[in-house]
Design a protein around this ligand. Structure first.
Ligand code: 13P
Length: 254
């Protein structure tokens, strides 16, 4: 059985003080929901404070990006090794990084390998934009992103990776993919591609999240779908009430 994982991607929001205050408020509210793996992903500068505030709780901490190199002349970047003690997860290849910062499939693959080498759980984002969706190339594109992301990753390591299917047209737009569409891409396309790469048995252990305008109103029906194992949540994860409700609803499904 795959344990559902709800991760809040805060993107570029909240100061370090706001981040700490937020998680201090959140932790007691969600302490009882043991059937759900919970992660918050603040900006780098908030990781030390948030990690400290969440020590001893069951909320995990994730970064939003890493560089693939161990260290070196990469101004403005952060290496996986530097997250030791601060984060157990890292979002890799978010569409905003692909779109605004030129992140390629090859970079995504190198970052996943760096994350795994340092014991971090990568949350790897894939998904098509509106034009690609309308052109009917979603399946080919997403499948290609999955293949590129997992290139050179062994069947032993593959289950340590979480995949997030985030259709770009659904991110921050209030237009959620229908549960049928989200489940079909998570299942037939993402898990299907993973089955091609690693066999059905391994693919069945890999967690696949949906992301894109997920909120407390639609999370229940999304989580009821067989191939959706959690959500990567932007806007709603910044609000205590909404995020807590989403965790409660997901826990109730287990
Ligand atoms: P929203 O939930 O705000 O649409 O963002 C989704 C997302 O990009 C999470 O990584």
């Amino acid at each position: 059985m795959r344990k559902p994982i709800l991760a809040g991607n805060w993107k570029m929001n909240k100061t370090p003080a706001e981040a700490v205050a937020f998680v201090e408020g959140l932790a007691p509210l969600v302490a009882g929901y043991e059937g759900v793996e919970i992660v918050v992903c603040p900006p780098f500068v908030s990781l030390p404070g948030v990690a400290h505030a969440l020590r001893g709780t069951r909320i995990g901490v994730g970064a939003q990006n890493i560089h693939w190199a161990e260290n070196g002349a990469y101004t403005g970047e952060v290496a996986a090794a530097m997250l030791q003690g601060l984060a157990g997860y890292v979002i890799i290849g978010h569409s905003e990084r692909r779109q605004y910062f030129g992140e390629t499939d090859e970079a995504v693959n190198k970052k996943i390998k760096a994350a795994l080498a340092h014991g971090l759980t990568p949350i790897v984002c894939v998904g098509e934009d509106l034009a690609q969706n309308e052109a009917g190339v979603t399946d080919t594109l997403v499948s290609g992103q999955v293949r590129a992301a997992f290139a050179g990753i062994s069947a032993d390591d593959a289950p340590r990776v979480v995949v997030a299917y985030e259709p770009i047209w659904a991110i921050g737009t209030g237009k959620t993919a229908t549960k049928e569409v989200a489940n079909r891409v998570c299942g037939a396309v993402v898990r299907g591609t993973l089955a091609d790469l690693y066999g059905a048995e391994v693919a069945a252990t890999i967690r696949i999240q949906y992301g894109g305008s997920a909120n407390e109103k639609n999370i229940g029906e999304l989580m009821a779908m067989p191939d959706i194992d959690g959500a990567l949540i932007g806007g709603a994860s910044l609000k205590t009430d909404a995020f807590t409700a989403m965790i409660r609803i997901t826990a109730a499904k287990e």
